[in-house]
Design a binder for this molecule. Sequence first.
Ligand SMILES: [Zn+2]
Ligand SMILES: [Zn+2]
Length: 412
Amino acid sequence: MSTLASPAPADAAPADSGFRAAVQDHAADLIALRRAVHRHPEIGLHLPRTQAAVLQALDGLPLEITTGRSLNSVVAVLRGGLPGPVVLLRGDMDALPVTELTGLEYASEVPGAMHACGHDLHVAMLAGAARLLSAVRDRLPGSVVFMFQPGEEGPGGAEPMIAEGLLEAAGEHPVAAYCLHVLSALEPFGRFSTRRGPMLAAADTLKVTVRGAGGHGSAPQFAKDPIPAACEMVTALQTFVTRGIDIFDPAVITVGTFHAGTVENVIPAQAEFGATLRSFSPATRERVRQGVLDVVHGIAAAHGLTADAEYVPGYPVTMNDGGEAEFAARTAAELFGEDRFAWTANPVAGAEDMSYVLERVPGAFVYLGACPPGLDPMTAPLNHAPEARYDDAVVPDGAVLLAELAWRRLSR
Ligand SMILES: [Zn+2]
Ligand SMILES: [Zn+2]
């Protein structure tokens, strides 16, 4: 039995793109691009060398290219020969502050920086999609925006790119947006995976300072001890999650820092802690925001203390459009075979700033397994690990899927 929904009539039979055959002419180049980027990882929003590599890879293609003002982004617009809507394809291109321990021949040459999340493969796949789509430009009914994005691992590059006009780059607002993310573990090599609805979490931060009055540890009645109250807050936050949040629309609260005091016999004047807050829907995210502030202020007041509680919003929920996720699933299975696609069972509690694009444009975030042969995906080092390895033999297929998603969506 097929695991996929039957195709909707409106999507039936787009003209053959020929991308699977065409990509063979580019495969060696794209893998070389990936390895060159891998050798020289750059972190954050300032990626001049990576940007230059992207511009070189796009050189000679019929693209309208703009680079970012406040970050080293690249936005390339391909205008098809036929009228039609706009589709956006995204690849992030930043690395992590990790010292590489893979021992690969093309390992990072930059101490303390590594493409540990596989964004180097994303750069090559998106450049490949630009080449494939450029070759069918005359037959392309609409425009494609290629979004090469810095800063996904922080401080966030999608939001500034949107502020600099990303979604107006082709004139009209895109009707759909897609991206691929490689996985060094968990998925078998070459398998695509996605889901309808939430794909990754919203990741917000809570910073709390509980203020009391210091004193002698032997005479707490003359002080206002912030430590027991802060400890109550930590446990009450867990109670809030289990009693106040729908288990089918869950949240995770982890208090990761807790600091107070200097010596055993002194009551400190204040205690501080910080927590990460993960949620998978805008409704639960708002419930968590209000709930954690109520818990902190309520417990402080109960003990005659005050508390400063700062809620710092991070990336929102990465939300796939149901129809676009179905479309991406069907496209992957039709192109590569049903054994090359599996639905993702659950969202991941990590976060992604593709979420800012998907808040504004319906689309799909799709995983692609890149676990090297010989490693068990269930035990291989995960994304972000210093030992994480990605088999770049997946790069041509990734380029084909991105190009095909744009081709079929525009042809609809
Ligand atoms: Zn990452
Ligand atoms: Zn990533």
